[in-house]
Structures are given as structure tokens and as C-alpha cells.
Design a protein around this ligand. Sequence first.
Ligand SMILES: [Cu+2]
Length: 124
Amino acid sequence: MKTKMKSTLLLLAIGITTVMAQTEREEKFKVAGNCGMCETRIENAATAVEGVKEADWDRETRMLKLMFDPGRTTLHKVQMAIAATGHDTEMHRASDKVYNALPDCCKYERLEYAEKMNESPVED
Ligand SMILES: [Cu+2]
């Protein structure tokens, strides 16, 4: 009887932990960039999006590690916000206008896209 009680409590605890864990998701995706200024710009753009908890961009691999609440934001929204600051991501291409305005040290090699339909809607 006691053991049954214990295992019920254990299952309950696992259930609660699972539900809590679901409000946070970790994803990695590529963001083009060069230097430390890029790193700051990319991470600030990502964390400014509501629902994003953490953003960490690696200069070597150019991968952004993102912790976010999938109930409050989407990867699309986050990548759009990053592209709006001039950095190409897997889903969104930064506009040439914003890219050209970046400091020279930040002028990274543009990402290649299969189709040009992902240009971010920042241009005028
Ligand atoms: Cu830079």
C-alpha cells in the first residue's frame, strides 16, 4: 500500500515537471554575422521579442541557441526580428538596405536561399 502511494506521487511529480518543461523550448538555428558587435545586436534583437528567455549566439559556429516560450512567440517572429536588424537567418533574409547600413566590420557573407521569398518586410 505504501509503495503504491509512493509511485503515485512519483508519477504525479513527473507529470507536473513535464507540463512545466513544455513552457520552455530550446532551438538552435543559423544566424549570419561576424564580430562581437554582431553578437550583441543579434542577442539583443532576439531577447527583445516577448516570450524569449535566453539567446546566445556563437561567433565560431554562427548558431543561435534560443530558449523561448512557444505559447508566446514563434521561431518565425524571432528570426524576423533578427533579420530586421540586418542579420540573415535560416527563415528570413535581412533587407539589403539594413544590411548595407551595418558597420564595415559587421558585413558578413550573406546566406544563400533556395528562393527569395523570405525577404524581411522592412524595406520601403
Ligand atoms: Cu559585427
